[in-house]
Design a protein around this ligand. Structure first.
Ligand SMILES: [Zn+2]
Ligand SMILES: [Zn+2]
Length: 196
């Protein structure tokens, strides 16, 4: 037996080698447990799926280093918190733009609220209230400024028209009265007949 081989055999039998063995094994064991703890925490932070969390932990228990490599490849890129804040940011941005813009009824382009015509298709986005001349969206039928209905005269204006029409009709009615005295008289007719 060559000298160096017998030296190795002696070293393997020595208590020093036993200590090194124990130290190495405990180091690997600690690393293994550490990886499992880290993967457990990371999987919980990145996924809400119990299946994914269990799978990540089990694969790292079964295959200490390869499992970690595999986990690093398949884990979600963003944590739950990152996704939550991104979603929040997106929603806030959308709300902000919704305040300043509106969608064209015809071509669905997002346009500024101040626009009267759609720059994309030329659709008339606004119309003017016939009662108060206030500007409002084409799809609305009630004016938000005065409450008037688009395309219909306002209630007050209707009353005005009725008032202005009534006296003329009455006069016409009275003028016809002498001819119609034979007609079965209603109360107001009787009154007018008496005064005549
Ligand atoms: Zn348009
Ligand atoms: Zn109006």
């Amino acid at each position: 037996m060559p000298a160096f081989l017998s030296q190795i055999a002696e070293f393997i039998d020595s208590p020093v080698f036993g200590t090194i063995q124990i130290a190495t094994l405990s180091y690997i064991g600690l690393l293994w447990v550490g990886i499992i703890i880290w993967v457990t925490r990371d999987a919980i932070n990145r996924s809400q799926s119990l299946l994914f969390q269990t799978f990540s932990i089990l694969i790292n228990i079964a295959m200490p280093v390869l499992g970690l490599l595999f986990y690093l490849i398949v884990r979600p890129t963003k944590t739950n918190m990152e996704r939550y804040y991104e979603d929040l940011e997106r929603r806030l941005l959308l709300e902000g733009s919704a305040e300043k813009s509106l969608t064209c009824e015809k071509c669905l382009t997002l346009v500024e609220k101040t626009f009267t015509f759609c720059p994309s298709c030329g659709f008339k986005l606004k119309k003017f209230c016939p009662h108060c001349n206030g500007e409002f969206l084409s799809q609305w039928n009630i004016c938000p400024h005065c409450g008037g209905e688009y395309g219909k005269p306002k209630k007050d204006e209707l009353k005005m028209k009725v008032k202005s029409v009534r006296p003329r009709r009455l006069i016409a009615h009275r003028n016809k009265l002498p001819e119609k005295t034979a007609v079965p008289a209603t109360e107001p007719l009787e009154e007018t007949a008496q005064t005549l």
